[in-house]
Design a protein around this ligand. Sequence first.
Ligand SMILES: Nc1ncnc2c1ncn2[C@@H]1O[C@H](COP(=O)(O)OP(=O)(O)OP(=O)(O)O)[C@@H](O)[C@H]1O
Ligand SMILES: [Mg+2]
Length: 464
Amino acid sequence: MIALTLGELAGIVDGELAAGTDPAATVTGPAFIDSRRVVPGGLFAAFDGANADGHEFAAEAVAAGAAAMLGSRDVGVPGVIAPDVEAALGKLAHEVLRRLPDLTVIALTGSSGKTSAKDLLGQTLATHAPTVFTEGSLNNDLGLPLTVLRAEEGTRFLVLEMGSRGVGHIKQLCELAPPKVGLVLNIGTAHMGEFGSRELTAIAKGELIEALPKDGLAVLNADDPIVAKMAQRTDAPVLSFGESPSARVRGTGISVDDEGRAGFTLSADGVEAPVTLRFVGEHHVSNALAAAAVCTGMGMTVPAIAAGLAEAEPLSGGRMSVTHRSDGVIVIDDAYNANPESMRAGLKALATLARAHPEGRSWAVLGLMAELGESSNEAHDAIGRLAVRLRVDRVLAVGPEARMIHAGASHEGSGGQESATVADPDEAIAVLRAQLRPGDLVLVKASNSVGLRRVARALLEDAR
Ligand SMILES: Nc1ncnc2c1ncn2[C@@H]1O[C@H](COP(=O)(O)OP(=O)(O)OP(=O)(O)O)[C@@H](O)[C@H]1O
Ligand SMILES: [Mg+2]
């Protein structure tokens, strides 16, 4: 973070100095909320949460090197007191950005792939100039300020993942951190229960494009008609990406290797370069093209972008991370979240890997896709049917909410394919431990709340 005195900080957040605080003392590091992960010189933001009260750890955090606390009550620790700590962090982030005029703020949103695209983009841009990007999926009212506050004077690009809880939310995030560049990946059926319809989802995500200044840049998916239409919602120039011939930054000749990693030829303005990603699944081509388009807009050359994308690692776990166990079982951990689009993508990647590893059987250990509203039953049934069509050998539907997956998978059941249900993750672990054979491939995927991460972890612990 840029250096600020506690006096300045109190003014920015409309807060008060805690008793005995030296107004001239400075904060030099970023803000953080976990007192076990103290950043020297940083600002410990104390939240009175449901499970714990951060204020109780403030003294410890300061003793361990934090410069001060930002909290909602005075606990005898130097710092600033403001009634709403999250709002205070937002105000602070907004002001810090105002004081960093050479920083280009790039925000991205979409239904699926935000974190993956953000990791691809952040790492590729970082090969060009100092870049700060969202850690994991910290994409809301709290995550955004925390990311912004990691920017320093030398930072040139700030890549912000923006999630949306409904109409008006992204507009608000864009007021907090006004983006110069806006990227929309896709509009799918994720979080449909929350939004109500695809149209409302488009309205909500498109707020990012409406927030762009005239001299900004809208980066839009040419392959997704709903996203492409967002061009009408801005005066900023538009840069399109995709497989469509009309896309300015384009991917052609897409292939998938035996490990499920996608390769393609990247082209922009007549220049081409081959890319092989370290991300598993063909669906990441779209995320990589999105990242490439932003990089093009930021002045990188096609060969430099291709090199950056090829080096980029999937930094945020639980998204198609493939582990080869020593006994030959291959685990694909995609337990972090699930919606119909990402389920289809995950199953297709499983099928691709299965073709390359014909010696074993393919397993899809699947659970609820949350927040789908009325379309939920049909969507789960469709996933079960797709698993059958893709010739997944064993479907294991975990939890009562996933029974429609089992229904879909048993419905069309054919030659040797089987589907079963289990009550919970523990039972899934037991079935898998009893039945997995060397060479088997296991995809583990559901919405986070189902807890399939536990299944993935257990399978990985079994790797001897
Ligand atoms: N373009 C895409 N189309 C379909 N599925 C995708 C795409 N990109 C990523 N996925 C899959 O979607 C899931 C979530 O990916 P990721 O975490 O990158 O998305 P996200 O938009 O950040 O999700 P969240 O809303 O939880 O923040 C993973 O299973 C991933 O493999
Ligand atoms: Mg995310």
